[in-house]
Design a protein around this ligand. Sequence first.
Ligand code: 5AD
Ligand code: SF4
Length: 446
Amino acid sequence: MTKAAPKNFRVKSFGCQMNVYDGERMAEMLSEQGIVPAAEGEEADLVVLNTCHIREKAAEKVYSDIGRLRKAGAKSGREPMIAVAGCVAQAEGEEIMARSPGVSMVVGPQAYHRLPQMIDRAVKGERVTDTDMPAIAKFGALPARRKRAPSAFLTVQEGCDKFCTYCVVPYTRGAEISRPFADLVEEAKRLVDGGAREITLLGQNVNAWRGEDDRGRAVGLEGLVRALAALPDLARIRYTTSHPNDMTPGLIAAHGELDKLMPYLHLPVQSGSDRVLAAMNRSHTAQSYVRVIEQFREARPDIAISGDFIVGFPGETDAEFEETLRMVDDIRYAAAFSFKYSPRPGTPAATMDAQVPEAVMDERLQRLQSLLAVHSQAFNESTVGKRCDILVERKGRRDGQWIGKTPWLQSAYFTGDAEIGDLVTVELEQAGPNSLAARRLGTVDA
Ligand code: 5AD
Ligand code: SF4
């Protein structure tokens, strides 16, 4: 059955920052095709569900979203055209097509630049799946960036060759690839021209990025960071997510040398137990990880450290979990993300013996999160009294109030003269559990 060509669209992104980036690029591409973003509350003719497969019953969430969309459509007599994108599409594309007749398109993370052609076919009544994984073709085929926001994402590297035994990423995002240096500098310039003052470089293993600079020299991530730091109107650079084994002395040193490189490092460790780390195939030890953090602190003493943790990996004993708690005490994280182990179909850990009971995982997660909260509060309190800049991202709830991020990626708010995109110098005055109160001292520049 043929369908009306969609006039407006909505992209709903779940999961990581790279999905946010992909969602923005899909939106830019659809806009280029003359399909307009649906206003808030407005029904869209085309809905793209940009899914995440990393944990939990993500696929179930997709099916219930599809169900909800179809029900709403049946009620209003306008069933939307549905595209499932992202990592669930990559991992379970065939199943989605078989189970959900309402889905017109399944498009993997490396194929979404072909969405316009897929829509043309869907309009003719075809159901289209594209989960090919051609390395990097996507970026060259996407339209130029148009995003206007003070803080922007820029994907520099995609995919993963590490094969941690719990993780789906190597299967859904494919092998590690680096985008070319010149393309990245070009995209960064466009973002800055569009108003970005901060760029966060994204990659599943962002510090594995490799390229050739404008003089043909082989460079790592620090080379790219240095090139971007030379863009006069770019004030802040961040990057995420790094792997401990891809860390280089050059990148560590850059934190001591470049004011624009923000004092924040997200470095997942997952566990403090060497036995568990080996079973996870992390290929680093607790000690080698701690050593990397120490080097960052030598280069940049005030650096905020953040990490990822998994509790209840198959076979994790109480004593091994205690090792994780000891590591947390050792490192004193400024921020962290912690998760219960979730078996992912097709990964080696999913079929390992000694899966940890849910109740044990619950208890461990709660203990870990309480400890992490203590450290993060202590970190925030340690910044009270400091002067720093806040990059203003949005208005606060109260009149005249503004919210933005400190160099250490804390949310902070102040009252006074400002606009979105301003860098405002403040003194941090009080640390709450989710944000800091600050006093405005002045604007850095207009
Ligand atoms: N179960 C729980 N957490 C996971 N992560 C990745 N895979 C799983 C899984 N199967 C977590 C890791 C990773 C973060 C992005 O998600 O901590 O660093
Ligand atoms: Fe997943 Fe490990 Fe690769 Fe990170 S390094 S994306 S956790 S396989």
